[in-house]
Design a protein around this ligand. Structure first.
Ligand SMILES: [Zn+2]
Length: 175
């Protein structure tokens, strides 16, 4: 009888891993590459008190007015939004998104300024990414709001039971 009954499995796994080609990505550029589909450019990542702080901006040079569709490069001002994302290894993730406010130069448009909405994961007035809201909604549907709140907190997505209920009531059933 072997002292370590699973030693054969470990040896095979190590051999397989050794044959795999490895790709080393640059520290920040690699993560940005993975997140390209999100339309965000990650500038820096810090960890403090068990929370990953991701500092990001839009990867697009110009903004598109959501009211008239006119494109603009003339920046009016900048501000930072704090948006919760899915956790990494059980640690909470907060995206500090630098948002630009642009002038709309279209004389036909009723608005003079607009804030950019980069990518497909970040929406206006939302405090969580789309994928984070989806994960919360799925937990809320499968269990009670109290259980979902406790489970999500354990995996680094802190959300109250009342917020889960409010989000579920806001969802429209698919037709
Ligand atoms: Zn406009």
């Amino acid at each position: 009888m072997h002292k370590y009954p699973n030693s054969d499995k470990v040896t095979i796994k190590n051999a397989e891993c050794g044959n795999q080609p490895t790709t080393k990505l640059p520290e920040c550029d690699g993560i940005s590459l993975i997140c390209l589909s999100s339309g965000l450019l990650i500038q820096n990542i810090e960890q403090s008190d068990g929370v990953f702080h991701v500092y990001a901006t839009s990867s697009i040079a110009e903004g598109t007015c959501p009211y008239c569709g006119h494109k603009s490069k003339k920046v009016h001002s900048r501000y930072v939004r704090g948006i919760h994302d899915l956790s990494i290894l059980g640690h909470s993730v907060v995206i500090h998104l630098g948002v630009r406010k642009f002038f709309c130069n279209n004389p036909q448009c009723d608005k003079t300024t607009f804030a950019e909405q980069p990518g497909t994961e970040v929406f206006r007035y939302r405090r969580r990414t789309c994928r984070c809201e989806t994960a919360i909604a799925r937990h809320g549907i499968l269990t009670s709001s109290n259980s979902a709140s406790r489970l999500l907190s354990l995996i680094g997505i802190p959300v109250s039971s009342s917020t889960i209920l409010r989000d579920l009531h806001r969802m429209r059933p698919s037709s």
